[in-house]
Design a protein around this ligand. Structure first.
Ligand SMILES: [Zn+2]
Length: 122
């Protein structure tokens, strides 16, 4: 028994996955295109970055973003799998229902707030 409308969360997760995949694609394109002149909307932005002395910093920032995005992507995939398995919205630590408000804020949450806090304290 679940009070959670998993269809709605599946939609949210699929949308978010699209967004993250697009963001990752952009990051990859930036890296691949840095040595060549590219056509398309992002050219002006790329050239602007290449012209600044902070290029190395920007590149490092990109990698951090990429790492985070890949992490989120894995979380989203896992959440979609939990919807298929019928375990979506259940705290993976103690097995209680994660409040819907928390899932609204973080659809790929695997822990209720209490367990999340416990984990962060360690
Ligand atoms: Zn919990």
């Amino acid at each position: 028994m679940s009070a959670i409308d998993t269809d709605r969360f599946r939609e949210l997760l699929v949308e978010e996955r699209k967004r993250v995949v697009a963001a990752l694609q952009n990051l990859h394109d930036d890296h691949a295109g840095s040595l060549t002149e590219e056509s398309g909307e992002e050219t002006a932005f790329d050239n602007h970055l290449a012209d600044t002395a902070t290029e190395t910093y920007d590149r490092e920032l990109d990698y951090t973003l990429e790492e985070n995005s890949e992490h989120v992507l894995a979380d989203i995939e896992a959440a979609l799998k939990r919807i298929d398995d019928g375990t979506y919205g259940i705290c993976t630590s103690r097995g209680e229902q994660i409040p819907v408000e928390r899932l609204e804020a973080l659809p790929w949450a695997t822990l209720c707030i209490d367990c999340q806090r416990d984990r962060e304290r360690r």
